[in-house]
Ligand binder design. Structure first.
Ligand code: NAI
Ligand code: MG
Length: 334
């Protein structure tokens, strides 16, 4: 057994339910992780802390890795997104989201295998909104040459290292000729250094249609922040829903692994949330730490449980729940 240090942020809503499941599954894989647990968002406020406590940010800096449940962001009022705050505070400029069909998953498509690489620190997510007068707001969209080039470089390096065939830059440069135009030109310039990879570009609306008609039209998708957010949920729908899609927020020094889904207030507390997305995020975390055999054990366990189809959570059409699914998976791994 190796002993590793990592931060665990259970989050709120279904967060604590799926985080508990993921933690149990990682433990069953034989890797001994010492978790430093931190609250954030509403739960941190409830105990008199800042929504994004400095101690949490420091702990992620110190350990270098975190597994994070979803955190509710108040809509239209209240504190700014803790998720966005963490990504910016730690300069986690990559949001990597592999979208893969699990065996037997209920969906129109089989064998979907896409990768979304989302720019994670710029675009409209800087949250810079100004009232010009009582009836007019303007939102700033930040696009820098350095930010666009580093995410493009990551996308092509990832595609090359993982044997992918193409990279599609996603944009709306027909309308946003300067901002999306800069993102696209940085992608195009970077593509020239990777002659072995096919480079395409696609306008965001047309890309959405491509994906719902035939997901195999694309492979690695390089997206500015907002388009990456939207395309992620769309792509999750191609593999049966948000319950099975993980994400990794990566920087040069730290990494935070989470699900693509949010806190799902509509099902929170019912014990029926699908923990697969956060378990898959845990697999990404294990690979990041070099724990490849434990990662493979969980991955094979998930494949076996989904193939057998017993105790799958309700979002996958099963009659199981968070606990029975987790127990079935742990039995499979052990
Ligand atoms: P959501 O992703 O929480 O839920 C959308 C739909 O998918 C709901 O019907 C929900 O029940 C279902 N769903 C999501 N995860 C599921 C799972 N593991 N198992 C089964 N069903 C699942 O999106 P919503 O409702 O728009 O957002 C809720 C809150 O979460 C908001 O405050 C939002 O800001 C926050 N959020 C946080 C994220 C994060 O922490 N990284 C990411 C996305 C949203
Ligand atoms: Mg999202």
């Amino acid at each position: 057994m190796s002993s590793l240090e990592a931060v665990l942020i259970p989050g709120d809503g279904i967060g604590p339910e799926v985080a508990d499941a993921a933690r149990q599954v990682l433990a069953a894989s034989g890797v001994d992780i010492h978790w430093h647990v931190f609250e954030a968002g509403l739960k941190a406020q409830e105990i008199g802390q800042d929504p994004l406590p400095e101690a949490l940010v420091e702990a992620v800096r110190a350990t270098g890795v975190a597994l994070k449940g979803p955190i509710t962001t108040p809509v239209g009022y209240g504190f700014t997104s803790v998720n966005v705050g963490l990504r910016r505070a730690l300069d986690l400029f990559v949001n990597l989201r592999p979208i893969r069909s699990l065996p037997g998953t209920f969906s129109r498509f089989e064998n979907v295998d896409l990768v979304i690489i989302r720019e994670n620190t710029e675009g409209l997510y800087i949250g810079d909104e100004t009232w010009l007068d009582q009836d007019t707001v303007i939102a700033a969209k930040l696009v820098t040459r350095s930010g666009s080039t580093r995410i493009a470089r990551f996308a092509f390096d990832y595609a090359q290292a993982h044997g992918r065939s193409s990279v599609t830059a996603v944009h709306k440069a027909n309308i946003l000729k300067e901002s999306d135009g800069l993102f696209l030109s940085c992608a195009r310039k970077t593509a020239a250094d990777y002659p072995g990879l096919l480079f395409k570009d696609r306008i965001i609306d047309a890309l959405c249609m491509d994906l719902v008609v035939d997901p195999a039209r694309h492979d690695v998708m390089l997206c500015p922040n907002l388009y990456g957010d939207i395309v992620s949920d769309l792509a999750a729908g191609l593999v049966g829903g948000l319950g099975t899609v993980p994400g990794a927020n990566l920087g040069h020094r730290c990494a935070i692994f989470e699900a693509v889904h949010g806190s799902a207030p509509d099902i929170a507390g019912q014990g029926i949330a699908n923990p697969t997305a956060l378990i898959l995020a845990g697999i990404l975390l294990l690979r990041h730490l070099g724990e490849n055999s434990a990662a493979l054990r969980i991955e094979q366990g998930l494949d076996a449980v989904y193939t057998a189809g017993a105790n799958l959570p309700p979002d996958m059409g099963g009659s199981g729940n968070t606990q029975s699914f987790t127990e079935t998976l742990i039995k499979q791994i052990s």
